[in-house]
Design a protein around this ligand. Structure first.
Ligand code: F3S
Length: 398
């Protein structure tokens, strides 16, 4: 791979140990994937934030990165707890102090403590064709597919390395030829809810594993549906990009005659709901919505569903979003409606990473196939999956 003189100097350690290690990571990935050179990026979104996944060794490693600052705008993936209201979640001070040490270590590197998997909802919006290095799979899908920005699915260390250097290696989805459709998905069932869209993504990820699906027959009504679709795709496969006919910016030149074809019908939709997950039922103690983090429109929808209803005693309704969207919800009185009905809006964190078992929670319900998959896998609690209305209905009363 070609490196400029300045890049060579960094690789030799002439700009310090941390930048040298960062450059080594980027160059190693470039060599593995056949990149020709490094390219500048405009932003990085870094995974590897939760204390649950990083542990004490991760904290020590992050705190050892001294005398270094990120070169481009960089923000974080969700953590395990609400950084301000962790006490309300029932999190112990010991756990919270470890999580906050991680955030502070990133802040010392110049990374913004925007802990969200929907940075594009809070003003981090790369332009069409802009190169970025983002980590979280649903955010990567959204950036590539809906915004037309260019990113691979970075791991936490490679996104951090790219943030420090301000560059990434030129391979994968940074190249136009890798952004073409590889499979055509004909959707002949009407998708009604965000959970339906996440189910479609989940099924496609399971069927193809990798590649670039091209969707035909979708009757989209709002951008939240694209957010849910991308989250599902990233769950069961390594998919980082998709096209929707007539909707996403690169669809027109994406399809060739040779691609494989799959049909998604009512049978496939029901199959995922019924075979893979437990339906939402009476045993639910906690409903968690916001995977990926909720938009203001979604919070408003929940507030409408809670009209004249209350969360039943002994049950919890947790809604997850970014700090910016929560502030807007507060200003629009949406937060007040949700709280009066017994719900709570948490920021900065992700249900799949929350220390649920230590909080005494055993049965939760979610409206996202991604949340269902990862929460079951990572927290080992019982998880049911259904649409938003059924989830809210399971723990509320008139
Ligand atoms: Fe976001 Fe966590 Fe879901 S990072 S996409 S809320 S699994």
């Amino acid at each position: 791979m070609y490196l400029t003189k300045e890049e060579e100097r960094i690789l030799k350690g002439e700009e310090g140990y941390v930048k040298q290690k960062a450059m080594e990571i980027i160059v190693a990935l470039g060599d593995i994937y056949g990149a020709d050179r490094l390219i500048p990026i405009s932003s990085a979104q870094i995974a590897g934030v939760s204390y649950t996944s990083l542990g004490d060794e991760g904290i020590e490693w992050l705190e050892s990165l001294r005398d270094c600052h990120v070169a481009v705008s960089a923000m974080l993936n969700p953590a395990s707890i609400d950084l301000e209201n962790w006490r309300d979640m029932g999190v112990s001070p010991e756990y919270a102090s470890k999580q906050l040490r991680i955030i502070n270590a990133y802040k010392r590197l110049g990374v913004k403590p925007i802990c969200s998997c929907t940075p594009y909802l809070v003003g981090v919006i790369p332009r069409f064709g802009e190169h970025i290095a983002w980590s979280e799979s649903s955010a990567v899908c959204y950036a590539n597919s809906v915004l037309g920005a260019r990113t691979n699915r970075e791991g936490g260390p490679s996104a951090l390395a790219s943030a420090i250097i301000g560059k990434t290696s030129n391979y994968g989805y940074h190249l136009v030829e890798n952004r073409k459709a590889t499979v055509l998905i004909d959707v002949s069932v009407k998708l009604e809810t965000l959970s339906d869209y996440s189910t479609l993504g989940y099924w496609v990820g399971e069927m193809i594993g990798s590649g670039v699906p091209y969707f035909r027959g979708l009757n989209l009504r709002r951008s939240e549906e694209l957010k849910a679709l991308g989250a599902g795709l990233g769950t069961t496969g390594s998919i980082a990009m998709y096209h929707v006919e007539g909707v996403t910016p690169e669809y027109a030149k994406a399809l060739t005659d040779q691609v494989e074809r799959l049909n998604f019908t009512d049978r496939e939709l029901r199959g995922i709901y019924n075979k893979h997950f437990k339906p939402v039922g009476g045993s639910v103690e906690l409903v968690a919505i916001g995977c990926p983090h909720m938009s203001l429109v979604e919070l408003e929808e929940v507030a409408k569903l809670l009209k004249n209803r209350r969360v039943r005693r002994g049950h919890k309704l947790w809604l997850f979003t970014s700090i910016a969207v929560k502030r807007l919800a507060e200003r629009c009185d949406i937060l007040d409606i949700i709280r009066r009905a017994g719900g709570e809006v948490y920021t900065d964190c992700c249900i799949a990473l929350a220390p649920l078992k230590s909080l005494g929670v055993r049965n939760i319900a979610v409206d996202s196939a991604k949340a269902a998959f990862y929460t079951r896998l990572l927290t080992r609690v019982n998880v049911s999956f259904g649409n938003l209305k059924d989830c809210i209905g399971s723990i509320t009363e008139v």
